[in-house]
Design a protein around this ligand. Sequence first.
Ligand code: PXG
Length: 287
Amino acid sequence: MKVYINGKFYSKDKAAVSVFDHGFLYGDGAFEGIRSYGRLVFRLDEHITRLYETCHTMMITIPLSKKEMEKAIIATLKENKIDNGYIRVIVTRGVGDLGLDPRKCHGSPMVIIIADKITLYPAELYKKGMEIITVPTVKNHAEALNPQLKSLNYLNNILAKIEANNSGYNEAIMLDGSGYVAECTGDNIVIIKDGKLSTPSQGRLKGITLAAVMDIAQKFKIPAEERLFTRHEVYNAHECFLTGTAAEIIPIVKVDGRVIGNGKPGTITAKLITAFHKVTHKDGVKY
Ligand code: PXG
């Protein structure tokens, strides 16, 4: 494996950052997870835009133009001969001293690109559906840490993941401070009732996979809305699924011990999954 670091490729064992990098010391940086399917990078523009927007708010100046970033991502895929894979782009504030103050980071931000493979959940769960739980850790308040910031600081989500894991589950529903469903630790959530899709309107990352699913729903004339909902509505939904670049689309068949629908992946979910796989192998930036 070859890892891109600031314009050069390093073998996996030589790919390293300084212990004084503020990405390491404080989680002071941003990242993106991107997928490629059959030498097509899925929604690359959207991922690059989100990365640059996160860095803009964090006041980190990425030392590459968006076009140069696109080229670096594609070069990393080619260097690693990956036709179908997962790309992790990481930008850190760079090397500073032991103080939190970003003004102490004199070096350039670090840009790291890793191209690899990832399967988030066991393959059988994509067929028979997954069981998840709601966890006690609430989602960060949106005005404390905006969910649109895809920063390197994922502790809120990791604590929720640990709670799910401790109870024997792979994924967790996180609620916002008012008890409304926000999202999962690394995925957005969608429920379906009477043929209509609903996803939380706030307190969540604007997922790129979710946006692709919503586009597909629109083409199929499946009504969809963004609104607030509680666990009660999740329990009584007819179908449920999660979306994310790493997870793709995974059906959910049980939440907090409550069976969703008939306990099997729903028909609308199955239709959306099939259409999503077609889109990912058709649309994208060719390399
Ligand atoms: N919500 C959160 C909090 C995320 O981190 C998503 C939703 C889905 O967004 P996209 O744009 O990918 O559809 C994410 C992204 C992992 C992992 O290992 C998950 C993500 C990113 C990196 C790693 O589970 N999810």
